[in-house]
Design a protein around this ligand. Structure first.
Ligand SMILES: Cc1ncc(COP(=O)(O)O)c(C=O)c1O
Length: 481
């Protein structure tokens, strides 16, 4: 049978090259100009509707026109999380080598679900996981999986811990985390069927680190009430303040109590490659599982998270489908691959992309030393920010620079806490309108505090000083007003 005309959805070499060049030029300009323009921009829902709503198109539009539209109305209207003066939340400084990695991943579209479909890709993923295991100090026989991000890694970790320790859901099971734990843990627990009373929120100490006496008391109380303490989720760099829970004492306690220790290092664990990070994260190597997000402090494009586990049998026990339930259409595959690493049996997804490629490519291309230098900039800039704030005498440091995060409040002895709260919120708004840098607040002990997380490796010391000078000007304005 002949088909008239060009086969559908196929482009000629020249068309692909022209389109690719256009997109590549755009991305290169984005990297070159990542300091220009405001750090954050937003349009109203009404404007977004007007600019971007179109009927479902029956016929096509030239891609050049569509890239123009994206460049004018889509990409600029948001947070520029890869801007060297984006200091809020967890910034996402990117690296160009990994962008090329993502292009190769989507361009080749390997199915990275099992060995037969992508043995080379599975091997690369195993190598990357081994590197990350080595960095956190896990034993060589441990395993892991690349996932979409920290939320999925944390969910997978507690699901695996429950399966391995309890053999499935148990209404008596209790998970412990601190009042600084990322909300993805509560969300993951709810998704996998934990009720709110099965999650104990343990108090933190003055440094916002999980309090060991409070945890020990909670475990004791739960055991006395015939509940089943089975998992502690510890922080290795909280999003709020960069605090690291006492990982060594937690590992001791969990060993004594036969409790699974999961460490959420989505943000902070990557810092283990630096001297300051390694010192802060001491004990992480004793966890049963660790979340580490390369799309945070390893400078990778979204979406790249990673779950590492000490015991290699854990992930297949939790995520392998029983033989009776195996899809019939995978029979030929499973006949051959029983002894190979099949990532669909290590996590939630069957169809999954070759996510590991970008991290492998950038680590091979730059070398770990370059990443270490990049992370050290974040430590340096947060420490510089703390010194600059202290020197000015107008600020109270709420939490000192740790793991690239510093938090602080306006200091005016004539004002009440509530008035300082209002000044803080006003300062955030004025700073955002100004557009020079994005600085937001977080709630610490029930009060708002400004927060800087300056982890972009290209951030310059003068940018930190200028940001703080502006914060001071805006707080003075808010204070006077
Ligand atoms: C400590 C921590 N854990 C988990 C998460 C959730 O990760 P993701 O947003 O990649 O799902 C975050 C996100 O900022 C985080 O900082």
């Amino acid at each position: 049978m002949t088909r008239p005309g060009k086969p559908p959805l196929q482009l000629s070499h020249d068309e692909m090259e022209a389109m690719g060049r256009r997109a590549l030029d755009f991305v290169i300009r984005h990297f070159e100009a990542n300091r220009d323009g405001p750090v954050a921009r937003q349009i109203t829902r009404a404007d977004a509707e007007r600019l971007l709503r179109t009927p479902l198109p029956e016929q096509g539009t030239p891609v050049d026109e569509l890239i123009d539209l994206l460049a004018s109305d889509v990409f600029p209207n948001g947070f520029r999380t890869d801007h060297p003066r984006f200091y809020s939340f967890v910034p996402s400084p990117n690296n160009f080598v990994s962008v090329v990695g993502d292009l190769l991943t989507s361009g080749t579209n390997l199915f990275a679900g099992h060995w037969m479909a992508a043995s080379g890709a599975a091997q690369i993923e195993m190598v990357v996981i081994d590197w990350l295991k080595e960095l956190v100090g896990f034993p060589a026989e441990g395993s892991g999986i690349m996932v979409s991000g920290g939320s999925m890694a944390n969910l997978s970790a507690v699901a695996a811990a429950r399966e391995v320790r309890l053999g499935g859901a148990d209404a008596r099971a209790v998970v412990y985390c601190s009042d600084q734990t990322h909300s993805s843990v509560a969300k993951g627990l709810r998704i996998i069927g934990f009720r709110p009373e099965q999650r104990r929120t343990v108090a933190t100490d003055d440094s916002l680190r999980l309090s060991m006496p409070a945890l020990e008391a909670a475990i004791k109380e739960d055991r006395a009430a015939d509940r089943l303490p089975f998992c502690v989720v510890a922080n290795a760099g909280t999003t709020n303040t960069g605090a690291v829970d006492p990982l060594g004492p937690l590992a001791d306690l969990c060993a004594r109590e036969s409790i699974w220790l999961h460490v959420d290092g989505a943000y902070g664990a990557a810092a283990v490659i630096t001297g300051r990070g390694r010192a802060a994260l001491k004990g992480i190597e004793r966890a049963d599982s660790v979340t580490l997000d390369p799309h945070k402090w390893l400078f990778q494009p979204f979406e790249l998270g990673c779950l590492l586990v000490r015991d290699p049998t854990v992930l297949p026990r939790a995520f392998r489908v029983d033989d009776a339930d195996h899809p019939d259409y995978l029979a030929d595959v499973t006949r051959h691959i029983k002894h190979d690493v099949n990532f669909y049996e290590h996590g939630v997804q069957l169809t999954r992309s070759f996510k590991a490629l970008k991290l492998w490519l950038s680590l091979r291309a730059y070398g770990l030393a370059e990443f270490r230098r990049a992370i050290d900039v974040g430590f340096d800039m947060a420490e510089l920010a703390e010194r600059t704030l202290l020197e000015s005498g107008r600020w109270t440091i709420v939490t000192p620079a740790q793991m690239g995060v510093v938090t602080f409040r306006w200091n005016d002895a004539t004002k009440s806490d509530a008035e300082i709260d209002a000044i803080t919120s006003r300062t955030v708004d004025l700073m955002r309108e100004d557009g020079y840098a994005l600085v937001m607040s977080t709630m610490l002990r029930g009060r708002p505090a400004l927060r800087l997380c300056p982890i972009h490796p290209a951030t310059m010391p003068e940018e930190i000083r200028e940001t703080i000078a502006r914060l001071e000007r805006f707080s003075q304005l808010a204070d006077a007003g």
